[in-house]
Design a protein around this ligand. Sequence first.
Ligand code: FSX
Ligand code: SF4
Ligand code: F3S
Length: 313
Amino acid sequence: MEKEKEFYARIEAKGVSRRDFMKFCTFLTATMGLSAAYVSKVAQVFAAPSQRPPVIWLHFAECTGCSEATLRAMFPWIDELLLEVLSMEYHETIMAAAGRQAEDQLHAAVEKYKGKFICVCEGAVATKYDGGYGKIAGRTFLEIAKEVCPQAAAVVCIGQCSSFGGIQAAAPNLGGWKGVGEVLGIKTINIAGCPPNPINFVGTIVNYLLFGKLPAVDDLGRPLFAYGKTVHDQCPRRSHFENEEFVEEFGSPEAAMGYCLYKMGCRGPETYNNCPIAKFNDGTSWPVEAGHPCLGCSEPQFWDKMTPFYEPL
Ligand code: FSX
Ligand code: SF4
Ligand code: F3S
């Protein structure tokens, strides 16, 4: 009770009312595919956390867009998630420590929480030339991944790069870049997207805290609550597709009328993601709503398989 009171006082001081918070929890609960009966339980995960699982967040080759997207999500006020709900032991972008101090922190955290921590991976790992394409503190991404990931309770890959290799794995892929699961031969939870929607990451973590297990996934390791349906099947422009009302030029009257973007190269029909429902930036918009075709960013090797962009399938 005390904890809960403190929580509401803390978020109120940040200008977030209890009502705003409950609205977020309702949205998150629906995104997770749970019934409304779970809203108060989801709220409890934030308001009165019973455990603070340690998290070690590794960066490999990427643009840091995944961290940026997560850190910029107003909900759930990422500092709450990182500092109060989770125990963030290592995250290069946001930690104060640098150099040897940061390295020591990583090793100490792996040692201390062996078998208990959640390892979040962002970015791809190079496999050619002994992984020599990417290093941190003199050690290759490959060495770091091999050392840290197998000691985690679970490995969550955030983004296209750690899930499937991403841009650096696009042809000709000189470094032999791959997703973390493939490199290590382990099963990872893949929060696909370039960048992924932070709500799908938060939903995965909340699922873990609520039920003590990771969410059900598809054969590519993507949580079904978020990646169970195609963009096309949830798209508000779908009736235009059925009526064969297409945009054929950006800036045209058809574009202004919100016609279907299929002929502009939309990959919604073969892309599994919840963008039309979850939207980005706290439900503000998503690519198709902004008038841009889906590029297929949550599908493996989309840089190779979905290109050339802007041309119909
Ligand atoms: Fe990859 Fe993350 Fe694309 Fe970037 O860091 S998924 S390049 S948007 O953001 O890993
Ligand atoms: Fe499908 Fe894309 Fe057209 Fe939407 S805009 S209906 S996702 S093809
Ligand atoms: Fe990516 Fe397509 Fe959604 S490009 S963000 S999966 S609309």
